[in-house]
Ligand binder design. Structure first.
Ligand code: C5P
Length: 226
């Protein structure tokens, strides 16, 4: 068994993609498989943590362990409420969920029908709350908050900006799109950003291995805060 570096710790992890309703049958979603978040939950539990896993849309199996409590949500609003509900009780939060940045201003109550009058349909979107930023503002000094930055370009610059603007202790940056895309992939090449060190580029490895290393790092940060 893995060393119990997270024994007695509570870890809150979000995974998968959110869905924003357009009408009762349609939604705006994203390509997140939930694989990284689920791997993180499994790794944390193996290291002795008590895990709450908040999941949106996932296409992988969920951990079946007494150490992992699973909470299901759909929209960004529901995810925010669930995270806020659990945050004060947790030692660490890892935001691996792919959260919608925009949602329809208003979901239609009935299915929107095709009409013969027009062949275009514009859906007005409004920005969603940034969960990581909102919650990190209420962080205690003993809590560790981890975010992800998935970018198609200017990865490090964007990730560096996110570290500061979102108030996270760690940002895990990974490239999406192209041959080393993180989405729906088994492998991942990530760079770890923290406020007090230069970016640490990890070699390409399985998402399970990345998850284990992230949880080890989290264990070290939590220990420093003890
Ligand atoms: O800004 P961007 O979406 O690239 O940031 C990614 C990080 O922020 C991820 O950790 C994601 O879970 C989190 N996020 C959030 N709330 C949002 C958008 C992203 O917590 N509305």
């Amino acid at each position: 068994p893995a060393p119990q570096e997270l024994a007695g710790k509570r870890v809150l992890i979000t995974a998968g993609g959110t869905r924003e309703n357009i009408d009762p049958v349609r939604f705006i979603g994203n390509r997140s498989s939930g694989k990284m978040g689920v791997s993180l939950a499994t790794a944390a539990a193996a290291m002795g943590a008590q895990v709450t896993l908040i999941v949106g849309q996932v296409s992988v199996g969920l951990p079946d362990s007494p150490q992992v409590e699973v909470v299901h949500v759909e929209s960004t609003e529901e995810l925010l409420a669930a995270v806020q509900d659990h945050f004060t009780k947790t030692d660490a939060l890892v935001m691996a969920a792919a959260v919608a940045d925009y949602r329809p201003v208003k979901a239609a109550a009935e299915k929107v029908k095709k009409t013969s009058e027009h062949d275009e349909w514009a859906i007005k979107l409004v920005e969603t709350p940034d969960i990581l930023q909102t919650v990190a503002k209420t962080k205690r000094p003993d809590q560790v908050v981890v975010g992800f930055a998935a970018e198609t370009q200017h990865l490090l610059a964007n990730a560096q900006r996110k570290l500061a603007s979102k108030g996270a202790d760690i940002i895990v940056a990974n490239q999406v799109g192209g041959p080393s895309s993180a989405f729906a992939s088994e492998d991942d090449q990530v760079t770890i950003l923290t406020p007090d060190a230069t970016p640490d580029r990890w070699p390409k490895m399985s998402k399970n291995a990345v998850a284990q290393r992230i949880m080890k790092l989290l264990g070290q940060k939590l220990k420093l805060g003890d």
